[in-house]
Design a protein around this ligand. Structure first.
Ligand code: COA
Length: 85
């Protein structure tokens, strides 16, 4: 866990975060990833699927997938109300 300020906390994704991440995904993308793809990415990347929380509410996430020869930022999203912060 990384505390960037008194409010913002970065954590590794846990299965219990899925409902909020799906909600965020649907809010941020016209063509959101389905939960099962997010779940597969989480399974493949336990250390590099990270979420950002403010006051215990998920406001962002990033998924870095391990490809054969490099790491790839597959998706990144920040809640519209928390952008540019
Ligand atoms: C992309 C996103 C995560 C940025 O969040 P944010 O909190 O505003 O990010 P920051 O404050 O760190 O950076 C804002 C900068 O990113 C730029 N930016 C926003 N979306 C961008 C994109 N898709 N590609 C490149 N740059 C982008 C903004 O123009 C701004 O640049 P500026 O400071 O030069 O004006 C957010 O806009 C978002 O969730 N968008 C919807 C999901 C999305 O399109 N994700 C990216 C593709 S996976």
């Amino acid at each position: 866990m990384i505390n960037l300020s008194s409010e913002l906390q970065i954590d590794q994704f846990r299965p219990s975060d899925m409902a909020q991440v799906v909600e965020l995904e649907q809010l941020c993308f016209k063509d959101p990833y389905p939960w099962w793809l997010l779940s597969e990415l989480a399974h493949r990347n336990p250390e590099t699927f990270v979420i950002a929380k403010v006051n215990d509410r998920i406001v962002g996430y990033a998924i870095i997938d391990h490809w054969e020869e490099h790491y790839h930022l597959v998706s990144i999203a920040v809640h519209p109300g928390n952008r540019r912060t």
